[in-house]
Each structure stands twice: as C-alpha cells, then as structure tokens.
Unconditional design. Structure first.
Length: 69
C-alpha cells in the first residue's frame, strides 16, 4: 500500500468533499480516503498494482475540481 496527499482547488463545501471522496473510493485499488476543506486536500491510501497517482488526479479533475501540483 502507498499513501499520497493531493492538493485540490475548487472544493467549497462538504458536498464537494463528499464528491471527491466518492470518486476516489470508487476507483479500483483505493482502500482509504480522507478529504478536507481546510486544508483543501485528499489523502489516499491505494494499491499501486491497481492504480496510480495520475489516475487519482484524473478522477478528481473529471469530477470538476482542479489538482494543484
């Protein structure tokens, strides 16, 4: 298992936080997700044999948010 923290721009409420958590949790290989407004980020635990950081960022962007590198 690996853990990464992704900074996210565009989350303005708990509904946004829940949206990010949902899209990440639905991704194969993701085992745990914590997301927050302050700081605006998601910490994701995942199996690198099933997914990768690029895919995590992609689903966040597809959900309508911006990833800050």
């Amino acid at each position: 298992m690996q853990t990464t923290t992704i900074k996210i721009k565009g989350m303005t409420c708990m509904g946004c936080v829940n949206s990010v958590k949902t899209v990440l949790k639905n991704l194969a290989g993701v085992t745990q997700v914590e997301a927050s407004l302050d700081p605006a980020q998601a910490t994701v635990q995942y199996d690198p044999t099933n997914t990768n950081i690029s895919r995590l960022k992609e689903v966040i962007i597809d959900a309508g948010f911006e990833v800050i590198d």
